[in-house]
Design a protein around this ligand. Structure first.
Ligand SMILES: NC(=O)C1=CN([C@@H]2O[C@H](COP(=O)(O)OP(=O)(O)OC[C@H]3O[C@@H](n4cnc5c(N)ncnc54)[C@H](OP(=O)(O)O)[C@@H]3O)[C@@H](O)[C@H]2O)C=CC1
Ligand SMILES: CC(C)(CO)C(=O)C(=O)O
Length: 309
């Protein structure tokens, strides 16, 4: 399956690198010149639980891609999805599928502007990954990838994607309840990502404190209450269990939103806590802790130049 990874940062390099290692036809596409140049010159330096290695894989800018892919795996931050897909518009063919494992709500809505629903696959991943410097990615910790066609059909192509990802080590499963997975992941991120981004503490350090645990539980319960009001049967206790496990197992991981704050980049807060707050408002549900974290991280990202070091 000819695959393009659109957005070759922490997650794009992890998925692209391991797929390539298993012999798949994969090209990385990114806008970052240091990233593209380093990968083409010296290969992708990838560290996982299986060890450190260097993977030879091509990286390109969108304008250099000429062949129609069978699959695009979208791994930009959600704020860049639209511009990234626009940059590949000319090579999105009548059979091209787009898979999003990005965090946040509404990723399918953005992709629908580029391909019809029957060619969109949505899902979640909880593999952690960090971009250490251009061309250098570390992912310590296991996870699961959950996928489903956006229209709910289990097609042969969906099964092919599942097999390809599982074969590369991504523990991929087709899930009937993909919106439950997406909302539970959003609940997880609204807690973990926003709390680490606002506090600049690693996951393990947030989880060491009673205050951190209490805030995380409150956010998980608030987000799940919004999902449940939409008839999506997410379960707050499942999310809380996962958060508490991650406080220990991924203690050293800096969630992607925290990496963005540390790099003074715009975060995905608007697509995670912000999207939940907007849904809650529509439904007349109160989500006070989620909302405070939304406002805190928004305030920080509008003030990078004024942060006291
Ligand atoms: N990191 C993690 O552990 C996890 C992340 N996720 C989710 O996965 C998604 C990707 O996250 P992550 O890999 O951390 O993000 P990164 O910021 O590490 O990578 C995104 C990459 O996309 C590039 N990019 C930006 N605009 C475009 C464009 N128009 N075309 C092509 N590439 C572009 C960025 O370049 P530049 O930096 O120059 O903008 C960057 O290299 C997010 O939705 C995140 O929430 C999910 C699970 C875990
Ligand atoms: C924390 C993690 C890895 C959860 O799986 C994540 O989703 C992120 O860093 O954005």
């Amino acid at each position: 399956m000819k695959t393009l990874i659109l957005g070759a940062g922490a997650m794009g390099c992890l998925y692209g690198g391991l797929l390539k290692e298993r012999g798949n036809d994969v090209i990385l596409v990114d806008v970052s010149k240091p990233q593209v140049d380093e990968i083409n010159k010296n290969g992708l330096a990838l560290e996982t639980a299986e060890g450190k290695r260097n993977i030879k894989i091509k990286a390109k800018f969108a304008q250099e891609v000429t062949e129609q892919p069978d699959l695009i795996i979208l791994f930009t931050k959600t704020i860049h999805s639209k511009s990234a897909l626009s940059s590949l518009k000319a090579i999105i063919g009548p059979e091209t599928m787009v898979l999003s494992l990005q965090n946040g709500l509404g990723n399918d809505e953005v992709i629908k502007e580029f391909v019809p629903t029957d060619r969109i696959i949505i899902g979640t991943t909880n593999f952690p990954s960090d971009l250490l410097k251009p061309g250098n990615v570390r992912s310590l910790g296991k996870g699961t990838t959950k996928i489903m066609s956006c229209n709910g059909e289990v097609t042969e192509k969906l099964k092919q994607v599942e097999m390809m990802l599982s074969d590369a080590g991504f523990n991929c499963i087709i899930t009937e309840d993909v919106f439950v997975s997406i909302w539970e992941k959003v609940a997880f991120n609204a807690a973990c990502n926003a709390l680490t981004a606002a506090s600049r503490l690693k996951l393990g350090d947030v989880g060491k404190t009673d205050e951190g645990k209490e805030l995380a539980r409150s956010i998980a319960r608030e987000v799940v209450s919004v999902a449940n009001a939409r008839n999506i049967h997410a379960n707050a206790e499942n999310v809380i269990k996962l958060i508490e496990l991650d406080f220990v197992e991924h203690a050293e991981h800096m969630p992607s939103m925290m990496q963005d704050v540390l790099g003074n980049r715009t975060t995905e807060i608007d697509f995670i806590n912000g999207a939940v707050v907007r849904e809650a408002e529509k439904l007349g549900i109160s989500v006070p802790v989620t909302n405070v974290l939304y406002k805190l991280v928004s305030m920080i990202q509008k003030n990078y130049e004024n942060l006291i070091k």
